[in-house]
Write a protein that binds this ligand. Structure first.
Ligand code: SF4
Length: 260
């Protein structure tokens, strides 16, 4: 119960802070078969019953030929709970897998995006919810900073290119220790994707770095998330945000070279 309360508080905070869900929205949850998106689905179903705005929730899964276990138990689980779920075998993705078994993420996610929009359109949804967690946001921030020279993470809320769909990530404040424990408490079948077994070296290294640091600093991810919402552009190097006249930064008393 405590776990559910924590989950709903964090999801509710994200929805509220970023204006993710509005009156009359139909939210389609992209179920990947993993613990995060299942947790998201349950959280949104619970919130739909008690939120001050009315919205409906449905779920879908795109089959791209990469699941390691049969998907049927997930379908049975959702049916038993009366959850509207669409299972979509994406033929172009399956053909891609046959033609280029070692294709990269770029191509795969482009195929998935097209399928996701098609399904959401057929479901009459105007909002699509994805299960990216606080861990994903923190990893993305570090990955982009270290490897792409850009200070950015993931959008908590954005739109499809033609603004047909609002794309939301309500688990932005929810760490994976919460989604793991919550999915376990549901007793829901988890259907892993083949790719999750061969996590890239960068991702593995970042996860390792976080795990090591968190042994000593357990609130590390909360601090990183807080930092993402509290940007001091005067202490960064992007001239677009540097206006000396307006900024009037307080004078430095000392110039720290190395922080402890
Ligand atoms: S990790 Fe696998 S499923 Fe995910 S985008 Fe890359 S190739 Fe596709």
């Amino acid at each position: 119960m405590e776990l559910e309360k924590t989950l709903l508080r964090k999801v509710g905070e994200a929805i509220h802070r970023f204006g993710m869900i509005r009156e009359g929205d139909r939210v389609a949850v992209a179920l990947s078969g993993g613990k995060d998106s299942l947790t998201l689905l349950e959280a949104l179903l619970l919130l739909a019953k008690r939120a001050p705005v009315e919205f409906s929730v449905c779920a879908f899964t795109v089959e791209q030929g990469k699941f390691l276990r049969p998907i049927e138990p997930l379908g049975d689980y959702l049916r038993e709970r009366g959850i509207a779920w669409t299972y979509f075998r994406d033929k172009p993705s399956l053909r891609l897998l046959e033609d280029q078994p070692d294709h990269g993420c770029d191509l795969c996610s482009r195929y998935r995006r097209r399928a996701v929009y098609e399904i959401a359109r057929n479901l009459g949804a105007n909002v699509i919810a994805f299960g990216h967690t606080a861990d994903d946001f923190c990893e993305a921030l570090l990955r982009n900073t270290l490897f792409t020279g850009k200070l950015s993470a993931l959008p908590a809320v954005t739109h499809s290119r033609d603004r047909e769909f609002r794309l939301i990530r309500p688990l932005v404040f929810v760490t994976e220790d919460i989604t793991t424990a919550f999915a376990e408490s549901l007793g829901a079948p988890i259907v892993p994707c083949g790719c999750s077994q061969r996590t890239g070296t960068v991702r593995r290294s970042l996860r390792h770095i976080f795990a090591e640091l968190e042994q000593e600093y357990p609130h590390l991810k909360e601090n990183i998330l807080a930092a993402m919402g509290n940007v001091d552009t005067r202490r960064l190097l992007d001239p677009r945000y540097l206006d000396e006249e307006k900024a009037a930064a307080p004078a430095e008393e000392h110039f720290p070279i190395v922080s402890e």
